[in-house]
Design a protein around this ligand. Structure first.
Ligand SMILES: Cc1cc2nc3c(=O)[nH]c(=O)nc-3n(C[C@H](O)[C@H](O)[C@H](O)COP(=O)(O)OP(=O)(O)OC[C@H]3O[C@@H](n4cnc5c(N)ncnc54)[C@H](O)[C@@H]3O)c2cc1C
Length: 421
């Protein structure tokens, strides 16, 4: 496959763009693979890529019911950070940020990872204490963090609402400078191209409709393009986890499917250099500006279960109010598009990466609305789990049986209420 480079762009400019090859093939499904990954989102594609790259495995298929990038990987607000407070999550997400930092080189694909910094605002003294604790935990784990006061935030972003009677007075923020954003669909395409280059078959329009089982183990999948046998099957289908795992015979999982909306405005001149987020009683909001100038933002879940990839109007109003409460200058900006994705909300707000009670069937799920930032590390460690049939040290805490054993990893301390995580 032709490598992408500045020189290649220049040469193709002179040759009328005639020398580019397809980014990935469109093969017919084979009757059998060593490993089938169900779900061609970011996590499924990254898993296939690292299975090939790190473990030298080639006879792999990714089966995707729609098109690459049609799920959450192409619908999210692209925030990447590692400002977690609990052990296990801290290490996992920091490993992910480190992979992000070299991802464009690794994939030879510009994923547009922009480490512009993220500020988590706080509005009460109690919230300041909580954020200071989080910043200390990060620093103790070798992750840089800065605690800013009101002036510190104002110096970086002068046009938030700092007035005395603001609905959410800004007392300060925790800043992670290495956090940022990436171009979501480029991440899917980059992993797809990298996996394809290493021999992985990417099968689009190929829906898994059932599982083959023999003597307590999975031996393949039934798809809309025929039966595919496999020695191992990994499931990474995000919001469809409950539905797909039920077909495999696992009827009950600690996951609920919810919807989350995202919004993008008309393009503006440079307005916001950072990612900004805040959460307060009655409001949850995060915003950044895309390289094309659109303000990209979102808020809370829609608060009811659904598989529909569209949202409801009350949340549109909620998000607009949250935006105006912190950034009144957005008042006259026109909304260009909004959409929703289906989220696999887990009972403790933390992901599951695990073997399952069925042999040769592996599960990657429960990313809630924070799984984009995890994409490289998720693929890296899920590949390791599938290849070696045992979790590595960073994966072991996220096993499915933690809910039976009472080892919940509840970052927000909300208990088993998925829509609050
Ligand atoms: C609006 C919104 C904003 C978000 N913002 C952020 C953010 O700022 N930062 C962050 O870190 N995370 C964010 N997320 C979360 C993040 O997008 C997800 O956690 C992550 O993308 C999920 O993993 P994925 O990419 O593999 O999922 P997906 O892209 O959804 O991949 C799953 C794939 O499985 C396929 N599939 C389902 N059923 C079947 C079947 N039967 N057979 C074959 N294929 C099947 C689907 O078609 C889909 O393509 C956001 C999500 C949304 C919706």
């Amino acid at each position: 496959m032709k490598r992408y480079s500045g020189w290649a762009v220049f040469r193709e400019g002179l040759r009328g763009q005639t020398g580019w090859s397809r980014a990935w093939r469109d093969p017919e499904p084979k009757s059998e693979y060593d490993i089938v990954i169900v779900g061609g989102g970011g996590h499924g594609l990254a898993t296939a890529y690292y299975l090939a790259k790190n473990h030298g495995l080639k006879n792999i298929a990714v089966v995707e019911k729609g098109w690459l990038g049609g799920g959450n990987v192409g619908r999210n607000t692209t925030i990447v950070r590692s400002n977690y407070a609990l052990p296990h999550s801290t290490e996992f997400y920091e490993h992910s940020v480190k992979l992000w930092e070299n991802l464009a080189h690794d994939l030879n694909y510009n994923v547009m990872f922009s480490q512009r910094g993220q500020l988590g605002l706080f509005h009460t003294p109690a919230a300041r204490d909580a954020q200071a604790k989080r910043a200390n935990t990060m620093v103790m784990n070798g992750i840089e963090a800065e605690l800013l006061d009101t002036e510190g935030v104002k110096n970086l972003i002068p046009h938030l609402d700092y007035s005395e009677n603001a609905r959410f007075p800004i007392l300060g923020a925790v800043l992670q400078r290495r956090a940022g954003t990436a171009r979501h669909d480029a991440v899917a395409w980059g992993f797809a191209r990298g996996a394809d280059e290493r021999g992985v078959d990417i099968l689009q329009n190929c829906e898994v409709q059932g599982f083959l089982r023999e003597e307590g183990r999975v031996t393949g999948v039934e798809t809309s393009r025929g039966v595919i046998r496999a020695k191992k099957v990994g499931v990474a289908v995000a919001g469809s986890t409950g539905h797909v795992m039920a077909m495999a015979g696992i009827e009950r999982l600690p996951i609920e499917t919810h919807k989350l909306q995202a919004f993008v405005s008309e393009p503006l001149k440079p307005l916001l250099d950072y990612v900004v987020s805040y959460g307060a009683p009655g409001a949850h909001f995060y915003i950044s500006q895309s390289d094309k100038g659109g303000m990209v933002f979102g808020g809370d879940l829609d608060f009811y279960n659904s598989y529909a990839q569209r949202g409801n109007l009350p949340i549109v109003q909620d998000v607009a109010e949250s935006a105006m409460a912190i950034m009144p200058c957005l008042g006259r900006v026109k909304l260009l598009r909004h959409w929703a994705g289906v989220m696999d909300m887990s009972m403790d707000g933390t992901h599951i990466m695990s073997k399952t009670p069925i042999d040769n069937l592996y599960l990657n799920a429960g990313w809630c609305y924070g799984g984009f930032k995890a994409t490289p590390a998720s693929g890296y460690h899920f590949a390791d789990l599938i290849a070696n049939d045992r979790p590595d040290a960073l994966t072991a805490p996220f096993s499915l049986d933690r809910f039976e054993k009472g080892y919940a990893i509840d970052e927000k301390g909300m208990g088993p209420t998925p829509k609050l995580h």
